[in-house]
Ligand binder design. Structure first.
Ligand code: GLU
Length: 307
């Protein structure tokens, strides 16, 4: 298949939509990002990459980091992790408080904010301190991307923290229901630090290869997680990766994927490739508008949806 001309066509087709979305502005450090950007990269199992647009531009991965932190927590805690959180789609916005109260402080899944903050808490407990938990997630991201230059942006992390009232509220709720070991402040700080990791679509699509290949990096041969854990993470990405638009994404794109409010989306084509797209304008559910459209066009043109 001529992947390069397919993604070039996609880039042309989405160009008229670049102003249709709205950049996330509730984290002030992200509000100034130019909305008229687009990038898409495919990484195959032999490392071959096909890119279009600003594929070298770094952006804030935000909730895409939840895939990596969940992987690490699942590896460490195995099934015990599900005592803290479920794996059901939430059908609610990413930072909703209502459901968490109704369900006694047990987040629906690891990809809504409450679940991801709870994952950060589990990592802090395992590693013994906040800084170490953050470093382990960062190193894991560097490992699966095979790129040691990847770092977190301190300005974005503290901007997120300064305005993180909702995330702190979620953490406090969980603490009040005895579903958080450490202080709400520590859990949210650690989570915010790895949400603020910056990557480009080349790095992110490369980082998805272990999930496309049953937990094993097809290039280095490193085994990160078991086949069964990889299967579960892909399933949660498919059903919960786009908050209350997860059904739409499964319907229109048909791949396991995860979005972030920085405008990135990662997706996995099992046994074949990792994909990343970037375009900062978001739709109403906080997912990249053009990124979602580009992935929809991709599975339509290539027939690579899992369905
Ligand atoms: N760090 C963001 C927050 O907690 C992540 C949201 C997202 O990317 O969907 O609000």
């Amino acid at each position: 298949m001529d992947y390069q001309s397919i993604i070039n066509d996609i880039s042309d087709e989405v160009s008229s939509l670049l102003r249709a979305g709205k950049v996330a502005d509730y984290i002030p450090a992200l509000a100034g990002v130019n909305p008229e950007q687009f990038a898409m990269t495919l990484t195959l199992f032999d490392g071959t990459q096909y890119s279009v647009g600003q594929a070298d531009t770094l952006f804030s991965i935000q909730s895409i980091s939840k895939v990596f932190s969940f992987t690490l927590a699942l590896k460490l805690y195995r099934k015990e992790l599900y005592k803290r959180m479920g794996v059901e789609p939430s059908g609610n916005p990413f930072n909703s408080l209502v459901q968490l109260e109704k369900e006694q402080g047990k987040p629906r899944n690891p990809f809504i904010n409450a679940g991801a903050i709870n994952v950060a808490d589990a990592l802090i407990s395992h590693y013994g301190d906040e800084e170490r938990a953050f470093r382990e997630v960062l190193e894991f991201i560097q490992d699966v991307s095979d790129d040691k230059t990847i770092e977190s942006n301190k300005v974005v992390a503290s901007s997120e923290m300064e305005h993180g009232y909702r995330n702190l509220a979620l953490a406090n709720f969980m603490k009040s229901f005895n579903n958080l070991d450490n202080s709400p402040q520590k859990a949210v700080e650690t989570y915010s630090k790895y949400c603020s990791v910056e990557m480009n679509t080349k790095m992110l699509s490369r980082a998805m290869l272990y999930l496309a290949n049953d937990g094993i990096d097809p290039i280095t041969g490193r085994v990160y997680i078991t086949e069964s854990q990889s299967k579960r993470i892909n399933a949660v990405m498919l059903t919960c990766g786009h908050y209350d638009a997860s059904g739409d994404f499964a319907f229109n794109v048909g791949l396991p994927g995860k979005s972030g409010v920085g405008g990135g989306i990662v997706a996995v084509v099992p046994k074949l490739m990792g994909i990343a797209v970037f375009s900062p304008g978001l739709n109403l559910q906080g997912n990249s508008l053009v990124g979602t459209k580009a992935l929809e066009l991709f599975t339509t043109k290539t027939k690579l949806s899992i369905f």
